[in-house]
Write a new protein. Structure first.
Length: 158
């Protein structure tokens, strides 16, 4: 039996708009977590016609909050860091999703084989892949859903 994106994609998904402020977007992450019963780490960003513009994820937020030169802080014994995170969070709340989202998004089609999906996810360190059919969003493939489907085949008697 051929297993494709169509078989493992989530067809209920949340989207963000590029003009949303990060604080509002992260509020939707919380709302999605309550509705779905699991933590949401990323969402698609779309235009008014529902076309994919990018992805906004936990990683984008962490990159925004992380001080640029943190890699040299360990060598600086007299550095005072208290308040840095609070100030970074205060500033980040007003940043627009469109200013920090990932715009180079890898996508698949509904007919993409699950082995090709696994290959992309491993090579590109991707946890979610938008599924597009002729430019229209059909769903989202999550690494966890792929793994759950593989468990059915891997577990003896499963």
């Amino acid at each position: 039996m051929k297993l494709t994106a169509r078989d493992v994609m989530e067809t209920r998904f949340w989207t963000l708009k590029p003009e949303m402020r990060i604080a509002e977007a992260l509020g939707l992450f919380r709302e999605a977590r309550r509705e779905q019963g699991q933590t949401v780490f990323g969402m698609m960003v779309t235009d008014e016609e529902g076309r994919l513009l990018g992805m906004f994820s936990l990683y984008d937020v962490l990159l925004l909050l992380r001080p640029k030169h943190i890699h040299i802080w360990g060598e600086m014994e007299d550095l005072e860091v208290s308040g840095i995170l609070e100030e970074a969070c205060r500033r980040a709340r007003g940043v627009l999703v469109g200013d920090v989202m990932t715009t180079e998004v890898i996508t698949v089609t509904p007919d993409t084989h699950i082995l090709a999906i696994i290959d992309i996810m491993i090579k590109k360190h991707i946890r979610r892949l938008p599924v597009l059919d002729q430019g229209r969003i059909q769903g989202l493939v999550y690494l966890s859903r792929v793994f759950d489907r593989l468990l059915d085949r891997l577990v003896v008697g499963g």
